[in-house]
Ligand binder design. Structure first.
Ligand SMILES: Cc1cc2nc3c(=O)[nH]c(=O)nc-3n(C[C@H](O)[C@H](O)[C@H](O)COP(=O)(O)OP(=O)(O)OC[C@H]3O[C@@H](n4cnc5c(N)ncnc54)[C@H](O)[C@@H]3O)c2cc1C
Length: 497
């Protein structure tokens, strides 16, 4: 066992993925036994976007023992309670996909089933979104930390994430990782040497003086996938037939108002725009399909949609939606953009880096690189990607928009079976089953399905054993509690200060 234990890990790339990998591996592995090196190039730089996260990021920081105040100060972060989707169900419509649940289950039956049955049985008029504390807090621009120590409190159910400057986060993690002994090399990887027998990556070459050997390689080199694709020719599964977005323009703009505790995602005729409030500025971007919108029009759309002065020249990013055929091939594990990419509509990329790292730590290999371990890693990761893919496609296909060639194209999409089944179950009786290895809970699915106007034909018959008057009282009590609790939360800006 000791002979085959890994002693040298090499991470190629120092963007968010590279430094998340370096910091967490250095934190959990024995620094006296394992050397961790990271290579990055300031000349190449990083992708320079990626500012909105989802709640699992809290766990990542917690694992590393990073305090929230220090982290937020260092990364200019704000709190995020959800995403507001505008013009998705139809032009002029709006809803918030909140983190956390809608109301509370009643005797094991999801709350929304009672809401559905009450609509049909008693013409119940209140909005389902009145049952989400996070939606109410977003509308009032309020924020409060969860009261974990008081599980009966309505505030125990608060879920949140952050908006932050990803470049500053990478820098923060770099300092953390270097303190833990990670060695950073500045330079461009010019060549990759493979072991002629195993086909594993043996070393990366920077220049005549610097050849860096390794046993386990983590490819965080961004879209180019220097090791996983450049050296190992792993191949890529393309998903543009379902998610046709392939470009974005991004630009930061001046802060004009107190930051709001949610991301904005505004659909347009061939894609959508994001607005992400940080402490000191807004992040903005226009995501589009180049088949349906020209670069010039997309840029115009981005700039005309800003609510303040841009702080730099907009940057264009081109991407291919999909993932590597294998995320772990030979002795190379790809993370971040080197592993795959799905548009940032639900802020999932950084979270996928985190789940990839968690899976790698659970399945930490030795030099034998067991095929069983790799195939389990790959199977689970593919499942996770596919479930996010389905969730993203839902935002498009649940829309009633038909006002442009792009939206007409969406109407004709042939859906993956997994999504078709999920939508059919909901349309039939409002049921939402949790995917195995799904990042998004049934509450998230409910927010989008309902928010975009899909109305189930029926509801769970188990609700029928509860008298209508009784349900009415319980729903009203929940709704009132949430309204009061939201109004009593501090303003987001005060929580930040
Ligand atoms: C338009 C857009 C919006 C996004 N928004 C979000 C969001 O809101 N939320 C979210 O979670 N994610 C988002 N993402 C994804 C997020 O930006 C990435 O997942 C994250 O930044 C990780 O990137 P990375 O580290 O994999 O790659 P990069 O940032 O590209 O880093 C690659 C690294 O590899 C190095 N490198 C490359 N080639 C070489 C070489 N030959 N030699 C040496 N070094 C090399 C580079 O110098 C760099 O350090 C978005 C992505 C895009 C495209």
């Amino acid at each position: 066992m000791t002979d085959s234990a890994i002693t040298k890990i090499v991470i190629v790339g120092g963007g968010t993925a590279g430094w998340m990998a370096a910091a967490s591996l250095a934190h959990v592995l024995d620094a006296d036994r394992i050397s961790i090196s990271l290579i990055e190039s300031e000349n190449i730089g990083t992708v320079g976007v990626g500012e909105a996260t989802i709640p699992p990021i809290l766990k990542f920081n917690e694992l590393l023992g990073i305090g929230e105040r220090e982290f937020m100060r260092a990364t200019k972060a704000t709190f995020k309670l959800g995403i507001e989707f505008s013009n998705w169900g139809g032009v002029g419509q709006k809803y918030i996909h909140p983190f956390g649940d809608f109301g509370t289950d009643i005797e094991g039956i999801p709350m929304h089933q009672f809401w559905l049955s009450q609509r049909q049985r008693a013409n119940y008029q209140y909005s389902l979104f009145d049952f989400s504390l996070m939606v109410k807090a977003c509308q009032l621009r309020r924020f409060k930390h969860p009261e974990y120590r008081n599980p009966k409190s309505v505030y125990a159910g608060i879920h949140y994430a952050y908006h932050f400057d990803a470049g500053l986060y990478a820098l923060y993690l770099r300092q953390f990782a270097e303190r833990k002994g990670v060695i950073r090399y500045e330079g461009i990887v010019k060549d990759v040497q493979l072991d002629p027998e195993s086909g594993n990556v043996k070393s990366v070459i920077l220049d005549a003086q610097r050849k860096i050997d390794g046993e386990l390689f983590v490819d965080c080199s961004g879209f180019r996938g220097l090791l996983i694709e450049g050296a190992l020719k792993t191949g890529y599964n393309y998903w543009s037939e379902w998610l046709p977005m392939d470009r974005a323009f991004a630009v930061a703009s001046e802060k004009v108002e107190d930051p709001i505790p949610y991301t904005k995602a505004i659909a347009h005729e061939a894609g959508w725009q994001w607005r992400i409030p940080l402490q000191h500025r807004n992040g903005n971007g226009c995501v589009y399909s180049s088949h349906f919108l020209s670069d010039d029009k997309a840029l115009e759309k981005l700039l005309s949609g800003l609510d303040s002065r841009p702080l730099a020249e907009p940057k264009q990013l081109c991407f291919k939606t999909g993932h590597r055929r294998k995320f772990w091939n030979k002795n190379v594990v790809a993370l971040g953009l080197a592993a795959g990419f799905m548009e940032p509509l639900e802020s999932t990329s950084i979270s996928l880096i985190q789940t990839g790292l968690a899976r790698l730590m659970t399945l930490m290999p030795d030099k034998r690189f067991s095929e069983t371990t790799k195939s389990l890693y790959n199977r689970r990761t593919i499942q996770e990607y596919e479930h996010i893919r389905d969730f993203l496609i839902l935002h498009y296909v649940a829309s009633k928009r038909n006002d442009s060639l792009f939206w007409k194209h969406i109407r004709g999409l042939k859906l993956p079976y997994s999504l078709k089944e999920k939508m059919a179950l909901y349309e039939d009786a409002g049921r939402i089953m949790q995917y195995e290895a799904g990042l998004f809970t049934p509450s998230s699915w409910l927010a989008v399905l309902h928010g975009q106007g899909i109305v189930p034909k029926s509801y769970d018959p188990l609700t029928l054993r509860f008298p209508v008057e009784d349900v009415q009282k319980r729903l009203d009590a929940m709704r009132n509690l949430i309204a009061r609790a939201a109004s009593a939360m501090p303003m987001h800006i005060d929580s930040l200060q």
